[in-house]
Every structure is written in C-alpha cells, then in structure tokens.
Design a protein around this ligand. Sequence first.
Ligand SMILES: Nc1ncnc2c1ncn2[C@@H]1O[C@H](COP(=O)(O)OP(=O)(O)OP(=O)(O)O)[C@@H](O)[C@H]1O
Ligand SMILES: [Mg+2]
Length: 275
Amino acid sequence: GSRGDRPSRNVKEIRMNAKPVVVGIDGSPAADVAIRWASAEAASLRTRLRLISAVPPGGSASETGDVVDKAVALARDLAPGVDLDPRIEHGRPSTTLVQASRDADLVVIGSRGLGLMVGALLGSTGLDLAANARCPVVVVRPDLGTEAGTRVVVGYDGSSAGQIALDFGLDYARRHDLAVRVVAAQPAGTELHRITEAELREAVHARGGHDAELIQITGHPAEHILRLAADADLIVLGARGRGGFTGMLIGSFSQTVLHHADCPVAIIPAAAIGG
Ligand SMILES: Nc1ncnc2c1ncn2[C@@H]1O[C@H](COP(=O)(O)OP(=O)(O)OP(=O)(O)O)[C@@H](O)[C@H]1O
Ligand SMILES: [Mg+2]
C-alpha cells in the first residue's frame, strides 16, 4: 500500500512491507513527546514503532535499559495496538538514527534532549538528521501544547524536496482529517526561482490537493511560514531549497523554522529524495 491508502481503524492490520516509524529516545521530556507523536503516527500508518536508544561511547548501558523500559511502557499505554520494537544501539545518537532512517518510514525525535546547552532551541541530533537522514524527519518540541492544530502548513518552493514535502503534507492531512495550506514565499528583491501561481496550483492539484489553500507571497519565507502556521498541527518543509548555498547542511530557512516553530516540524532531507 501507498501513503494514499484509505485509513483503517484496525491498527493491528500491519501493511505489507511497511517500514517502521522510528523514534529516538534519551529519557528527556522532549523524547517523551516524540514517543507520543510517533506512536500515534505508527497507529495511523498501521506500522510498527521502533524505539531506539543510542549509547554513545562512554555511556552507561544500564541507564539506557531504564530509558528503554520507560519508553516502552509509555508507548504501550498510548498505542496499545502498535507493535513495539525496542532497541539499544551503540554509537553516537545522530549516526545511529541516520543509519536507522535507511529502513524507516519516518524518524521522530525531540527538539532537545538531555544536553545542558542553555537556551539552545534545537539539539545537534535534529540538525544532523535534517541534513543526512534517508527518510522524512519529524522534530517535536517538549512544550507541545495539548491543543490540537487545525491544519498542515507546507512550504513549497518547487524543488524536489518541496515536491516530497507536498506529498507528505497532503497524505498526513488526509489521514488526520486536517486542512492544508501551501505557502510559496518569494524572498523580496529577487526573481530567482519564482514560482508562478499556475505552477503552484498545478503541483498541488496533481497530488489531489484540490481543497488546499494556496498562498503565494513575497518576503522572508521563514517569517511567513511561522506566521501562517499559528494554528498548525504540523509544518512540512524540504531541508534544502532551490537556492541553497552549498556547504550549508540545511537551508537557513528550514533551520529558522526548526528553531522557532511552536508545533512539530517535518523535514524532508536531501538524502530522502528518490529513496
Ligand atoms: N542517545 C540517544 N538515543 C536516541 N535518541 C536520542 C539520543 N539522544 C538524543 N536523542 C533524540 O534526539 C532528540 C534531541 O536530543 P539532542 O541530543 O539532539 O539534544 P540536546 O541533548 O539538547 O543537545 P546536544 O546533545 O546536542 O547537546 C531527543 O529528544 C531524542 O529524541
Ligand atoms: Mg543530547
């Protein structure tokens, strides 16, 4: 089955050949929210949930066992019908999770972990995964409110990652019965990579998004996306746009949104394209 399959109420009916949803766990509050988000998504996708705890060089395996036990208990509680696949892997968290992304539908992590860098809005794992993962990455915040958002906001720039972002956002919205808003923002003062209204409409309609709200706007893309995502359930973006500077791991636009969004952000890494 593809992402467009009709949703089923029976989460035990596992899709043939389905890849798991992977969640990175480290015992932090943000990782607990990631477990919550990932178990709901595994249920919706009718696939299993792989909980991965990475023991970095010099880390304690016994503490990790405790983290895994608590995570499994939480996931079992939240999504009783989902098959759980807990794993302890030895290696750096981001290396381990990038490796896991090769066999995953989706990798879910928290924006922060147990790191002590005060004031940082995003840990190193999120940045590394956004740059290098082989599948979409969802970054959730520890302070995720209880209020559910009403729409999915997709940033579209016509790039390959933008196309996948559109597919991902439309599929997620269908499964969760959410409205879709597609935003194509054009930085002021440049005609480079401008998308016409017709191109935007065609791309969205070709994917069945006839009800989607289309917004074409001039100005700073990240500012517009954040403003237009005030009541969003999820923001979906490509990690790199069409005009990316080589050398940057991910675009400055997606990095700004990752740092400042109030809701979960799904990033389509460049390495996820065509795989
Ligand atoms: N050891 C780990 N094993 C599995 N997943 C992890 C591990 N460490 C972090 N993660 C995942 O990554 C998310 C972000 O944590 P990260 O380590 O990037 O942030 P941090 O600890 O605040 O900062 P940093 O480690 O860069 O100083 C966590 O919420 C969790 O989902
Ligand atoms: Mg950490």
